[in-house]
Design a protein around this ligand. Structure first.
Ligand SMILES: Cc1ncc(C[n+]2csc(CCOP(=O)(O)OP(=O)(O)O)c2C)c(N)n1
Ligand SMILES: [Mg+2]
Length: 375
């Protein structure tokens, strides 16, 4: 049997961490994560946790049809939003939507995506939790597992051909590494040195399939070897570590040195989605063990340690962000459906005759029962 050489100090086999168990970080890392940035990370994570909790409740109440929680995996989307430049493009997988919020996308419009109503910039055409925003350079994920990686690599290739300074970041889960799309994209990125970062959120499960059934490699990060790019295995529950790894990879891509593959080791604390019951396939002990590594608790230790937060201020912050979430939901929930004829918009510059005919026929008919109308 072939021997796999795995040294703990090798970035592909070790685990890059920045926030230590006691909440401190080295002077070198502290110089890159100042108090203002750390506070921003904490506020964003507090907000995302509050958002997830409320959105899941309203899904259970039947007010939205579906919801995809990110509980336990908040560090990566937030670090991504903070580490990138405004011109960089994000091609998310299932759990990175919130990078949009960090980059300034309005919370109300974000929430409206789950209602798919007239406040939704996508006009209700996507499944809930499939966020996207042109204004913040974030592409919708397509529900299929894997295609966002070749899309990101292709966009990065275009950026390189145009001589742009921007980069693209493509995400995937551990399960998606079994898809051909991942391997095609990694190969292309390595050969053509496209300015991109490919980030695998290894949350240990692909719905009910454990990550051990996806790969025989010693780590996901080590897959980078085969494609001729650096691989980094990062503690995905340590927002500071994810941020620094992304910043370094982005700088490398901007210098023209090509792609980096990052594995973020994390855990999905919640269900795969609102349609899933994880008690059917994983043990409570496993979930409890990962709850003790909660990224929010880890970051809380760091902000408390620097004297940026205490219990009273933390409670006030929670009330503030939870209030923002409640207000956003209340504001968008009462909006009407998108206008029926909007289904014909945004594909053709000039509507072809057969679609004009269909639109006119639709407008001449009465809205179907149960359709809220839009005008
Ligand atoms: C091509 C394809 N196959 C199967 C599915 C069904 N499916 C949806 S999510 C999922 C698991 C994805 O796991 P992973 O990539 O680890 O992402 P995670 O949900 O853990 O974030 C599967 C198999 C799909 N959406 N697309
Ligand atoms: Mg997974």
């Amino acid at each position: 049997m072939a021997t796999v050489i795995a040294a703990a100090d090798d970035p592909m086999f070790g685990l890059f961490r920045v926030i230590q168990d006691d909440g401190t970080m080295s002077d070198e890392h502290r110089a890159r994560i100042d108090d203002a940035l750390l506070s921003r990370m904490y506020r964003s994570m507090r907000l995302l946790r509050a958002l997830d909790e409320r959105m899941l409740v309203i899904q259970r109440q039947g007010r939205i049809g579906f919801y995809g929680e990110v509980k336990g995996q908040e560090a990566t989307p937030i670090a991504t939003g903070l580490a990138l430049e405004a011109d960089d493009w994000i091609f998310p997988a299932l759990r990175e939507g919130a990078a949009m919020l960090v980059r300034g996308f309005p919370l109300e419009t974000y929430v409206a995506q789950c209602f798919g109503n007239a406040c939704d910039v996508n006009k209700g055409r996507q499944m809930p939790s499939h966020y996207s925003g042109k204004s913040v350079h974030q592409v919708s994920w397509s529900s299929c597992i894997g295609p966002q990686v070749p899309q990101a690599v292709g966009a990065a290739w275009a950026m390189k051909l145009r001589g742009a300074k921007s980069i693209a970041v493509g995400f995937l889960g551990d399960g998606a590494t079994s898809q051909a799309d991942f391997h095609n994209a990694m190969n292309f990125a390595g050969v053509f040195k496209t300015p991109c970062i490919i980030v695998c959120q290894n949350n240990h499960w692909a719905i009910s399939v454990p990550s051990s059934m996806q790969s025989a490699s010693p780590t996901f990060a080590s897959k980078a070897i085969a494609y001729g790019m650096p691989g980094v295995r990062v503690d995905g529950n340590d927002i500071a570590a994810v941020y620094i790894a992304l910043q370094d990879a982005a700088a490398r891509a901007r210098r023209g040195e090509g792609p980096t593959f990052i594995e973020c080791v994390t855990y999905r604390i919640g269900a795969h989605s609102s349609s899933d019951d994880p008690t059917r396939y994983r043990s409570n002990d496993e979930v409890e063990a990962w709850k003790r590594k909660d990224p929010l608790d880890r970051l809380r230790k760091a902000v408390y340690g620097r004297g940026l937060m205490d219990d009273a201020r933390d409670e006030a912050l929670f009330q503030e962000v939870d209030g923002e979430v409640k207000a956003a939901i209340a504001k968008v929930e009462s909006a009407s459906n998108p206008p029926r004829e909007s289904v014909f918009e945004d594909v053709y510059e000039a509507l072809p005759w057969h679609l004009r005919e269909q639109r006119d026929e639709l407008l001449a008919s009465e809205p179907a029962a149960g359709h809220g109308g839009g005008h």
